[in-house]
Design a protein around this ligand. Sequence first.
Ligand code: ADP
Ligand code: MG
Length: 286
Amino acid sequence: SVPLAFFSGIGAGSKRGILFKGGVSIEGIKNIAAVVMDKTGTITEGNFVVQQAIPTSGVDEAKLLALAASCELTSTHPIGNSIVTAAEERGLSVERPASAREIAGKGIEAILSDGTVLCGNRSLLESQNVDLDGYKNDHYGTEVLLALDGKFIGYLVISDTIKADAVDAIAKIKRLGIRTAMLTGDAQESAEVVAKATGIDEVHAKLLPEDKLSELQAIRKAQGGVMFVGDGINDAPVLAGADVGAAMGSGADAAIEAADVVFMNSSVEAIPQAIEIGRKTSRIAW
Ligand code: ADP
Ligand code: MG
């Protein structure tokens, strides 16, 4: 049977848009030693905007953006959506690719009439031995690099914003005596900018979906119970592998299904609130 106190915990949560899927999810919270968070869509809004298109050889700005948008036409990733939107806003003609393949945590490879285009992060281009001459990586934000038939042609600078409540929420989590960490598929530089701005203790960047789970297990081994908070399809296995998995309501269906707790308003503030409710409820119940 479910102790009565859990109902009060479930009620307190629902007032704040925190959906506990059952008594177990509240109960697990009291043993949390670390909160491990995804970056994009969890600590940041995930509302990417293309700021610049910087060609390095052979193409102009418009062509660079049009090629990227063609690659991203069928992508559901927030980065891909922002690229398609930017091309539409500029009235560029975008071509439906003969074929396109999404490489999770890296980007897209597409066959276009101009040739084979790679559109994604540095590790995507490096994995195909593209020479990145002329690329400096000195902009704030996420950068999407492009190669045409194996030749680096330029990159897009895309920015995302940190959620307004993130700084306060992270400080609250730390005041509860809990360690904070971030796991992201994004580059080290942009990961560090976000961690520094929000006060997150520990950062692991450039992670593929499967690496996120092994990092989580390492943190759990070193520190004890872990709560993981994420939003993406690539976060579903990590959510399932955590002691408490929490998904942002704005996230992918797979993430919401895999989670024990859902933050309906997608705020970072919901994390310390859920922890406080979990602790109070457990004190009453046991
Ligand atoms: P996070 O773990 O922070 O939520 P993701 O794992 O979704 O981030 O993505 C990791 C990185 O992979 C992105 O920062 C981006 O550099 C690259 N990437 C993923 N999907 C795409 C795409 N469709 N187009 C371009 N780049 C992509
Ligand atoms: Mg994410």
